[in-house]
Design a protein around this ligand. Structure first.
Ligand code: UGA
Ligand code: MN
Length: 340
């Protein structure tokens, strides 16, 4: 037995091929090295802790991005649910400019639009270039939008103490949006309505229902404008417009605020001259545009024969930044690294 087993052993040891031996030795060396590393690392508590934390962070990020993904999917689904192929599109045109309240104004407006089906928001920044702030905001609200920029010529920019009515605002921005519509929608095909939605007004979602089926130009009351509680078209008993109650320059061909009318897209496309102009007298921007499209008796009163107010010409007070200015004198700012 003994000799046999001895024989067996010697057979195994001596006859093992060199390659196999080498392999076994290297495997042993690697195992020892790994064991050594393991022991060493077990002692290195700091490094272990750092690795654990990294792992936890990854895990958290994965969870967050999963939630974010689910949220984004819900929003996209909502967008699809809010789009009806046969409903006219509302092209809301908003000129906007950088100032402390800009993000607040645009957020309020975006979140109103999120409740409106078939809306296409055309935002035109009064700036040389599109800003990061507005780009981020637009990307985050999941609306259909077009983002443009056109800077008001310096001569037409209102100076700090200049009266409001002296220089019109939003002229080249709105014209740029109108040109975009001429370039990107098709005569005889696209169904839509154009509305000039300034960034500081207050809109009830009801106004979008009222304007959506405008045949030529629809009109309605606007609250808190022209020095009145409400500026509105006057309608006779047969539902026809007989004038406006405006007190500010009532002699204007259309004594109406920008927020008080919407234009049928096809009517606009068929009138290539229709646009705003710096040549117009103060307060006549609305009139020159509307005059190129219709006559006064052709307007369509909506909002229950102009007896309901669904839009208000609110204006946001300039913010008091007295302490911010003091901080900046010291080279600091409260919004360092945070978008407000
Ligand atoms: C009134 C009307 O409601 C506006 O539609 C009209 O453009 C303006 O008068 C005018 O006279 O031109 P108001 O409240 O005085 O409005 O004007 P803002 O709200 O200050 O400006 C109208 C729009 O133009 C806003 O969306 C605003 O963000 C934008 N804007 C204003 C610029 O793009 N750049 C500016 O320098 C100022
Ligand atoms: Mn305004």
């Amino acid at each position: 037995m003994y000799s046999t087993s001895n024989h067996k052993w010697s057979m195994t040891s001596q006859d093992m091929p060199l390659k196999k031996k080498l392999f076994l030795y290297s495997a042993l060396v690697i195992l020892v090295f790994l064991w050594f590393l393991g022991v060493r690392n077990r002692g290195d508590a700091e490094r272990y802790e750092a690795m654990r934390q990294t792992l936890d962070t990854y895990e958290m990020q994965l969870k967050e991005s999963k939630e974010q993904m689910a949220y984004t999917l819900r929003l996209f689904k909502k967008d699809c649910d809010m789009w009806y192929a046969d409903l006219p599109v509302i092209y809301a045109i908003t000129p906007t400019y950088a100032r402390p309240v800009q993000k607040a104004e645009l957020t309020r407006l975006a979140q109103t639009f999120m409740l409106v089906p078939n809306i296409h928001w055309i935002v035109v920044e009064d700036a040389e270039e599109k800003s990061r702030l507005v780009s981020n905001l637009l990307a985050s609200c999941h609306l259909n939008y077009t983002h443009l920029s056109a800077m008001t010529p310096p001569d037409w920019k209102r100076k700090a103490k200049e009266p409001n009515w002296k220089k019109p605002r939003g002229v080249i921005q709105r014209n740029m949006a109108l040109q975009w519509l001429r370039d990107n929608t098709v005569i005889g095909i696209d169904k839509g309505v154009i509305y000039f939605a300034d960034d500081d007004n207050t809109y009830s979602i009801q106004i979008f229902n009222e304007m959506r089926h405008t045949k030529r130009v629809s009109v309605w009351p606007v609250g808190l404008v022209g020095g009145l509680m409400v500026e509105r078209p006057i309608i006779d008993s047969t539902g026809h417009i007989i004038g406006w109650n405006s007190a500010w320059h009532p002699e204007r061909p259309f004594p109406i605020d920008m927020a008080g009318f919407a234009i049928n897209l096809q009517l606009f496309l068929k009138n290539p001259e229709a646009k705003f102009s710096y040549e117009a007298k103060g307060g006549y921007q609305e009139s020159i545009l509307l005059k190129s499209l219709i006559t006064r008796d052709q307007v369509e009163p909506v909002a229950d024969n102009c007896t309901k107010v669904y839009v208000w010409h609110t204006r946001t007070e300039a913010v008091d930044l007295v302490h911010e200015k003091k901080l900046r004198l010291k080279g600091k700012q409260s919004d360092d690294g945070i978008e407000v």
